[in-house]
Design a protein around this ligand. Structure first.
Ligand code: PLP
Length: 355
């Protein structure tokens, strides 16, 4: 067994892999594969209904928000959000906390006017800007809740009087969401919700219908809401496996329970990094992500040696993104504390050999 710290697509619970594989041959004993059933069948309708109600229950989504499962992952939302919300003549406010924020900003700029209210690009995105002003005239405010590449996470945002949109791709379902402060939340599934191939969108219904531009039908949230995510063939299998994963989460006790586990997992690993002479965390202490733990060593030679050492001991997926270097241990919901401890053991073993 390998300990998979990959950033995404990533580990899911073993039980989910097992059930997902069984359904490929026979879905719940109906004599058909999940891969061959119609997306209009009663069987799939039940899956879609359960997936939707699990999202609503686990995240405590208020009843005036719609829940959508859409193709295109998070990047599709970089375009869909401004197309649907960036009213003509208004400006969208974006917080720039890293590569994914920048991609979202770039896409919005294709559609309308954007103001970047603050950026941590001056220090290679190692912290979250706290002092910024969002004009009460803005069409909406957009931020990335967890910066998968840089290992920083936004734990609090101001209560704003403009709609707040958040890309929660890499921390959705890892902690509770305050819907009094969020109007639209989206996420690619493959970091914490399920396999690649689907995106989740949770949107307050009253946000819609305010832009005058002619939208391609496929980009129009209202079309997807009116069709209950069946405007066209949805990613059936990705939705099914996401549903299995959310069932697993519910059986575990839900988001508040996993949040406490995630706090413990992250604290344990950060403590090991802070107590070591060889490893150094890269993110500002108060902004350290609970999902993606980034750390470096003093020289590229040491880093290469540790990577080899860890790989030989079944620790995989820890190489850092090229823009930060070093290491990134992604410790999503599906990764158990025993894998975190296995990584710490390997770090300590390496340190004993070197120092
Ligand atoms: C991975 C990631 C994305 C990109 O998701 P896709 O589904 O590949 O489009 C966007 N934002 C964040 C925060 C991510 O971690």
């Amino acid at each position: 067994m390998k300990h998979n710290f990959g950033a995404g697509p990533c580990i899911l619970p073993q039980e989910v892999f097992k059930e997902a594989s069984e359904a490929v041959l026979d879905l719940d004993g109906i004599g058909l594969s999940i891969l061959e059933i119609s997306h209009r069948s009663a069987e799939f309708q039940r899956i879609m209904d359960e997936a939707t109600s699990l999202v609503r229950e686990l995240l405590e989504v208020p009843s005036d928000y719609s829940i959508l499962f859409l193709h295109g992952g998070a990047s599709f939302q970089f375009a869909m959000v401004p197309l649907n919300l960036l009213t003509e003549g208004k400006i969208a406010a974006y917080l720039d906390t890293g590569a994914w924020s920048k991609k979202a900003i770039k896409e919005a700029l294709n559609i309308g006017e954007v103001e970047v209210v603050a950026s941590s690009g001056d220090e290679n995105y190692s912290y979250i800007p706290k002092e910024y002003i969002v004009s009460s005239d803005a069409a909406y405010f957009h931020y990335t809740s967890n910066n998968t590449i840089y290992g920083t996470e936004v734990f609090d945002i101001p209560k704003l009087d403009v709609p707040v949109v958040s890309d929660m791709s890499s921390d959705i379902f890892s902690r509770t969401i305050d819907f009094t402060k969020h109007d639209l939340v989206y996420a690619g599934a493959q970091k914490n919700m399920g396999p690649a191939g689907v995106g989740l969108v949770i949107i307050k219904d009253s946000l819609l219908g305010k832009v005058n531009r002619v939208l391609p039908n496929i980009f129009n949230y209202s079309n997807h809401i009116n069709a209950n995510s069946l405007y066209h063939t949805p990613p059936v299998y990705s939705i099914y496996v996401s549903m299995l994963n959310l069932r697993w989460l519910k059986a575990k006790g839900g988001v508040e329970v996993i949040e406490q586990e995630n706090v413990v997992k992250a604290r344990t690993l950060y403590e090991a990094i802070d107590n070591s002479k060889l490893f150094k965390g890269t993110a500002a202490l108060e902004d350290r992500s609970r999902m993606n733990i980034t750390f470096v060593m003093d020289t590229p030679e040491l880093e290469a040696a540790f990577l080899k050492f860890a790989t030989e001991r079944n620790i995989v997926g820890i190489k850092g993104h090229r823009s930060v270097g070093g290491f990134r241990a992604s410790i999503y919901n599906g990764l158990s504390i025993s894998s975190v401890n296995a990584l710490i053991d390997v770090m300590e073993e390496f340190e004993e050999q070197i120092v």
